[in-house]
Design a protein around this ligand. Structure first.
Ligand code: FAD
Ligand code: NAD
Length: 478
């Protein structure tokens, strides 16, 4: 059988795989991209994840704002037509697909093979009966929703992120299993469109990777929108297609009625068809064994994105790609380092987090200050009605000769994801907090809250000695 040879083979054309493949192609290398099918190009992000979920959230927000307008005398009648919502989502996906499909990739000069890839040797894979070899191979096969296995599950209408964006009818009552970002984002959107939603979460808190000071505010806001939370609770079984038995924290079991369940209890890595052993790639505890350079036990094969078993975000997958690309071209190999990572949960209000968390700072024995500010007195928050908002920052200890810097932080507010961007820049660029303090913010942009908290910190510098010094200076120079 004829074998096709490439400089690099990328298995999986999602956020991670596309980043590697497109750059290598632009740089003049011979690239093979493998995707299960034409429609799976773009990966989870385009097809079953970020894009459809953010489009759904957009529509749900419009509906909520229309309902909110009733307090100003407008009257709203009728129900949301779910097929129009789904149509909107699909139209946005179709638009993006025009530059994320096999034809477009081929037009760029990339060879595309459609089908499941499996290894046949250390540098060789097979797709749809055809062999391909690559000097380097990147596994970027992503992840899939973990299946919920409990007695009676076969009786119920079951949705997860692969089916929810194809809804025919909006279920009246939804039972969401899982209080992570997928469960929370989708639950709020469904609730705003008209479903009555209850979230059952195994853990004691929602969004367990974020700071409790902000997740508790988000929880409170979601409860105000009539989303019910059962925390530290588990579905023991389904007794019919519409009834679940839920074991509560107290040990008590209750029955709960619903029309459909939405499952978001974490992800499983997509490795099924790869046949890793043929390429001498070790696999342990449901993960591919990798080093801190994202290399597998076969030094010519890398892992990138969700399948690496690290943080599962589109931008994390892109960051993996950048790390791998750097190391392909530079003698100065970079280890994967997430100290500047950030993420946003696109609820309303949004929850945005960047840099190191308090747990990480404590673990690495870094000296830091925790600063907190509510938005109760922020003029923009007052007029736009989000005084519940909060900003938390972790700053290093400065001195006369040492810059005080942002180590991490988190915010809950509408548009928090945009508001923290300048803090992320200060964090990644190692700027002093004075960069925020010295900025002139147009009044009343919402991001003035960032300066507000840093100003609180700076005013601590007005010690009794400094005040005496200022009085003297005033006497002399004024
Ligand atoms: C509902 C939801 C919302 C999300 N929202 C956000 C968000 O707002 N922001 C964010 O940053 N992240 C978000 N994520 C996470 C984000 O989608 C993923 O982290 C990201 O898509 C991972 O990219 P990847 O390249 O690792 O994998 P993927 O994008 O999943 O791509 C992997 C590709 O490999 C293909 N593949 C698998 N096995 C094989 C094989 N054997 N041969 C050939 N091809 C194969 C798959 O079909 C797929 O196309 C969300 C996820 C979900 C589910
Ligand atoms: N805006 C974003 O960036 C965004 C949005 C969606 C998803 N994502 C990514 O996708 C990943 C997966 O999201 P996810 O929400 O599926 O998973 P997750 O692992 O983040 O959260 C799962 C939640 O389900 C709970 N859980 C687990 N088993 C359960 C059970 N049997 N019963 C009840 N609760 C149970 C856990 O306590 C946890 O709170 C996220 O970690 C994130 O990286 C990102």
């Amino acid at each position: 059988m004829e074998k096709h040879e490439f400089d690099i083979i990328v298995i999986g054309a999602g956020s991670g795989g596309l980043s590697v493949g497109l750059f290598m192609n632009q740089a003049g290398f011979k690239v093979l991209m493998v995707s299960k099918s034409d429609l799976s190009i773009g990966g989870d992000c385009l097809n079953d994840g970020c894009v459809p979920s953010k489009a759904l959230i957009h529509v749900a927000k419009i509906v909520k704002q229309a309902r909110d307008a009733e307090q100003f005398g407008l009257t709203l009648t009728g129900k949301v037509a779910i097929h129009k919502v789904i149509g909107y989502i699909h139209s946005k996906q179709a638009f993006i697909r025009t530059h994320e499909d096999a034809k477009w990739l081929r037009d760029q000069g990339i060879t595309v093979a459609l089908g499941n890839a499996s290894f046949t040797g250390k540098n060789e894979i097979k797709v749809d009966g055809q062999l391909y070899s690559g000097k380097k191979i990147v596994i970027a096969t992503g992840s899939k929703p973990r299946k919920f296995k409990v007695k009676g599950i076969e009786k119920v209408k079951y949705y997860d992120n692969e089916s929810i964006f194809h809804l025919d009818n909006l279920p009246e009552k939804v039972l969401c299993i899982g209080g992570g970002p997928i469960g929370i984002e989708i639950s709020q959107a469904l609730s705003r469109l008209g479903s009555q939603v209850t979230i059952v979460n195994h853990g004691a808190i929602i969004l367990e990777h974020d700071d409790l000071a902000v997740t508790s505010i988000l929880l409170n806001q979601l409860e105000k929108e009539n989303i019910e939370f059962l925390l530290e609770a588990d579905v023991s079984c389904f007794t019919s297609s519409t009834e679940a038995v839920i074991k509560l924290k107290s040990g008590k079991a209750i029955t709960h009625q619903f029309d459909a369940i939405f499952v978001a209890i974490g992800r499983e890595l997509s490795l099924d068809t790869l046949d890793l052993a043929k390429a001498k790639i070790k696999f342990d505890k449901k993960q591919i064994v990798k080093d801190s350079y994202l290399r597998t036990t076969n030094k010519n094969v890398f892992v990138c994105g969700d399948v690496a078993g690290d943080l599962q975000f589109s931008h994390a997958a892109e960051f993996h790609a950048r790390t791998i690309l750097n190391n392909l071209f530079s003698p100065f190999k970079k280890k994967l380092n997430n100290k500047n990572m950030s993420w946003v949960t696109f609820t309303d209000p949004e929850l945005a987090t960047f840099g190191l968390s308090e747990k990480q700072l404590q673990k690495q024995h870094t000296k830091y200050r925790r600063l907190e500010k509510t938005f109760a007195e922020d003029d923009r928050a007052v007029v736009d009605h989000y005084t519940y908002g909060k900003l938390v920052l972790f700053v290093s200890q400065g001195s006369l000769f040492k810059k005080q810097k942002l180590l991490g932080g988190t915010m809950v507010a509408p548009n928090a994801g945009e508001l923290i961007q300048e803090l992320i820049l200060a964090n990644t660029s190692n700027l002093s907090v004075k960069a925020i303090f010295n900025k002139i913010y147009p009044y009343p942009v919402a991001s003035r809250v960032n300066q507000g908290l840093i100003t609180d910190l700076m005013s601590e510098g007005l010690t009794p000695t400094i005040k005496i010094f200022l009085r003297k200076a005033y006497q002399i120079f004024s």
